[in-house]
Design a protein. Structure first.
Length: 223
């Protein structure tokens, strides 16, 4: 698996490592492919692997008692997930599902723990990333609690734009952006509400929408 050492360089978890360290890690990886909609792991399962997205997108989500979905995060190329269960040895805290055909690099728990013990820089990077995710979770809780629905949808699109969008002068373009159902599941509302609020934002000149392409104007705020 030495050929995957180059892929690891762009993953922030491993970005500070030297070439020989990356090659060492690449030897304990294997690749698993998933079809669109395929379950990668389920809430409550024993966590025995860390996943790095080589190709495709994965959503991390929860379901309530009535089966409604809430999307916690969408992980794209070079992102990773599944590390919590490896660190605390507790069951998976959420579900992971391939949003499209995806190739994932997989590191088993025993290899991962050994990796942490032998490479303190990876441990530091994990702490940094986990701290960032905790801050992001706190921020999401705050805007879910205090913003109105329109504000939540705009905030969500701005976050997606910051991670996946292309900045062009005073605006940001999201190619193949989230569907209205994905937005609804991330903002705690219905698809019909998303449709109305997106139309409102378009009328206000805050965003432009063409099919799944969103153009955001971050300087214009409604909240």
């Amino acid at each position: 698996m030495k050929r995957y050492a180059d892929n690891l360089r762009t993953v922030n978890l491993f970005s500070d490592l030297k070439d020989n360290e990356l090659e060492t890690i690449s030897r304990i990886l294997y690749v698993h492919s998933y079809q669109r909609g395929q379950l990668i792991f389920q809430e409550g399962e024993n966590g025995d692997a860390l996943f790095v997205v080589l190709k495709g997108k994965v959503k991390v989500c929860l379901y309530d008692e009535e089966g409604r979905e809430y999307v916690l995060d969408i992980i794209g190329k070079d992102g990773f997930f599944g590390e919590l269960a490896l660190i605390d040895d507790l069951p998976r805290s959420a579900n992971a599902i391939a949003m499209e055909a995806a190739d994932l690099l997989v590191v088993r728990r025993s290899d991962f723990v050994k990796l942490l013990m032998e490479n303190p820089s990876i441990s530091v990077n994990i702490l940094r990333v986990l701290a960032g995710r905790l801050r992001a979770a706190d921020e999401r809780i705050k805007w879910l609690a205090f913003l109105n629905v329109e504000g939540r949808i705009l905030k969500y699109l701005l976050e997606v734009g910051a991670r996946l969008g292309i900045r062009m002068k005073d605006y940001v373009i999201i190619e193949r952006g989230p569907s209205q159902i994905e937005i609804a599941n991330s903002c705690g509302c219905s698809r019909e509400t998303v449709s109305r609020m997106v139309s409102s934002l378009v009328k206000k000149g805050v965003i432009s929408v063409r099919r799944r392409q969103y153009t955001l104007h971050p300087g214009t705020r409604t909240f």
